[in-house]
Design a protein around this ligand. Structure first.
Ligand SMILES: Cc1cc2nc3c(=O)[nH]c(=O)nc-3n(C[C@H](O)[C@H](O)[C@H](O)COP(=O)(O)OP(=O)(O)OC[C@H]3O[C@@H](n4cnc5c(N)ncnc54)[C@H](O)[C@@H]3O)c2cc1C
Length: 557
């Protein structure tokens, strides 16, 4: 491989060495590398605060890679009368589009109407929604006749269809934005590390927090780090950290699970999204084109436990497929599902009792403990920037930190690039695409797709390791290239080859490679709907990806 740099600025080993060597007191230590924690780290570092972030797994491994990928105000929250949240989220949607145009875009949504009054009723609400975006309005909401809807969504169920409404909203790639936020924060002077689990909070004689004990999950070693302010941004895990601070702490969150199914794009037959305004359980369901596939979701199932790899319930899959039968002409079955992914919502338990989790507000919550632990949770991906601004303002105030005013409203995110052309595969590399292309030109033998269904080559795997802090096969296939979320079987087929490329880059042995493949396949099996039937089992060989067919040996990479 030509052009191998010694170190990049997103190099985990180098950043970790700096943290271990330097026993400085950080201004702010953020626990959790999802949208919320990354937003806080970016806000703090860009204000000149010495900022450190620890993520126990990979960046966005939790909820932040498992969203519906909508940068939106939330049509549903408008119906619930939460005007403030909708205004705030529409404004933030506009900023996301302005500062990360390589990852966030506007797409038309069609809401089909099967009863004469529906398009007028919802049309009024959607016109209000679009006006509320003010200067960040994405496009004009319009009422459509039957033919216009049939033209726009080829597989829509035509029976009794009498038209629809078209409105505009934002769409993005959640895990890619997370990686770019981390990169931007590092460029602003922050230090962010994945696979670092905070296991203990440290306090001074007055009971104020002054540091943490953290475990490096790669090496198994523990060490202490000191900071003036600690931020708990751990999503559905915030109660675990709150109990580290105070074992008797009340529970802050209610967790609810949301499932998405990924189908081949011809089940929509459109580059527009479909919005189903009211499912049988009174929710909104979306079918959204995403990276050449269609993503359908979501559900809202209350849970009593939380974990990093939540599993779908059979009834959630059935619910989504059954809902689609009323809206699509050719209806998908379980066999058509390429991937199923699940996310857990951190919902702040309201003071007033509610019957169902869908009624819990999506507003964010900032909580300050007597120990000065600051917890930030709830909210939405779309509002991550505002959540971060509020958190850092609070931290500066209680910690007496010397941070400047918030800068993130106009701070361009890593990869920023306006031109749509030339952004690399799926348009998500933005300004990095040029460097990836150069790497391909210098290594033409590596410039061929690894799998017949996906455009990525081994060069993108190498890029992910060198410049995007990918440490495991799951990091690459789930959150850097998104293949696990699009087609779980293809991802399993690719795992051995990706492990081989990564082992060379990271200087790991065959045992590491084998364990990576095994671990990844154990995760990926949960993304297959038919996992009990013909899914590849542990140890079973999957189809060899194209790039391995002729050049499987290590020396050729
Ligand atoms: C199904 C679903 C669909 C959604 N769709 C949308 C949408 O379309 N648009 C939108 O705007 N919002 C959406 N949301 C909401 C949005 O995804 C979440 O609000 C957001 O991702 C939460 O981010 P977070 O950083 O708070 O949590 P997480 O992403 O879960 O991050 C918390 C991180 O903390 C880490 N952590 C935990 N404990 C420790 C520890 N001890 N040490 C170190 N690290 C630790 C975890 O590993 C995890 O990575 C959706 C949510 C769900 C569930």
């Amino acid at each position: 491989m030509k052009n191998k740099p010694k170190e990049t600025n997103f190099d985990r080993d180098k950043l970790l060495r700096d943290v271990e060597r330097n026993d400085q007191v950080w201004d702010m230590l953020v626990i959790g590398g999802g949208a919320t924690g990354l937003g806080v780290a970016l806000d703090a570092s860009s204000r000149g605060l010495r900022t450190l972030l620890f993520e126990q797994s990979d960046f966005a491994k939790g909820t932040s890679s498992r969203s519906t990928k909508l940068a939106h105000g939330g049509v549903r929250y408008l119906a619930q009368g939460n005007i403030k949240l909708v205004f705030e989220a529409l404004y933030e949607r506009g900023l996301m589009l302005k500062n990360a145009p390589h990852l966030v875009s506007s797409i038309p949504f069609i809401m089909p109407s099967y009863r004469w009054w529906e398009k007028y009723f919802y049309g009024i609400g959607l016109k209000i929604y679009d006006r509320m975006a003010q200067k960040f309005r994405l496009g004009k909401t319009s009422l459509l006749g039957r033919t216009a809807v049939l033209d726009r969504i080829k597989n829509i169920n035509a029976r009794k269809l009498n038209g629809g409404v078209q409105y505009y909203d934002g769409q993005f790639d959640d895990a890619r934005l997370a990686i770019n936020l981390a990169q931007t924060s590092i460029e602003q002077g922050g230090v962010l590390l994945n696979y670092m689990k905070v296991t203990e909070l440290l306090k001074d004689a007055q009971g104020k927090l002054n540091g943490v004990v953290v475990k490096d999950l790669e090496r198994g070693s523990h060490f202490r780090v000191h900071a003036k302010i600690i931020i708990n941004a751990t999503g559905v895990f915030v109660d675990d950290i709150l109990r580290m601070d105070n074992p008797g702490a009340d529970t802050l969150l209610k967790v609810s699970q949301g499932v998405h199914l990924v189908l081949p794009n011809d089940f929509l037959g459109s580059d527009r999204a479909l919005m189903i305004p009211s499912t049988s359980d009174g929710r909104v369901l979306f079918a959204v084109p995403w990276h050449g596939h269609v993503l359908v979701g979501t559900t809202d199932t209350p849970l009593d436990r939380h974990q990093l790899e939540p599993k779908p319930l059979k009834e959630e899959i059935t619910f989504i497929l059954e809902t689609l039968t009323s809206y699509l002409q050719r209806v998908p079955t379980e066999k058509d599902v390429l991937s199923v992914f699940v996310g857990l919502r951190p919902l702040v338990i309201p003071e007033k009792q509610v019957k169902r989790t869908k009624e819990i507000s999506r507003d964010h919550k900032l909580k300050v403990n007597g120990s000065q632990l600051i917890t930030i949770t709830g909210g939405k991906w779309t509002t991550y920037r505002k959540m971060a601004e509020d958190t850092v303002d609070q931290a500066i105030q209680i910690g007496g930190l010397a941070g400047s005013a918030c800068r993130t409203e106009s701070l361009k995110i890593h990869g920023y690039c306006e031109s749509k052309a030339d952004r690399g595969n799926w348009g998500f590399y933005g300004s990095d695409a040029r460097a990836i292309e150069t790497l391909k030109k210098d290594n033409p033998d590596l410039d061929r797709p690894m799998h017949p269904d996906f455009p990525f080559t081994p060069v993108e795997v190498i890029w992910a390791v060198r410049h995007e802090m990918a440490r495991t096969v799951d990091d690459v296939l789930a959150r850097r290239l998104r293949i696990l979320f699009l087609n779980a079987r293809a991802a399993m087929e690719l795992a051995p080859f990706v492990a081989q490329v990564m082992a060379m880059e990271l200087d790991r042995d065959k045992k590491w490679e084998d364990r990576q493949v095994e671990d990844f396949c154990a995760i990926a099996r949960n993304y297959l709907v038919d996992q009990g039937t013909d899914a590849p089992q542990q140890g079973e060989r999957t189809r060899k990806p194209r790039a391995m067919e002729n050049s499987g040996s290590k020396t050729k990479i």
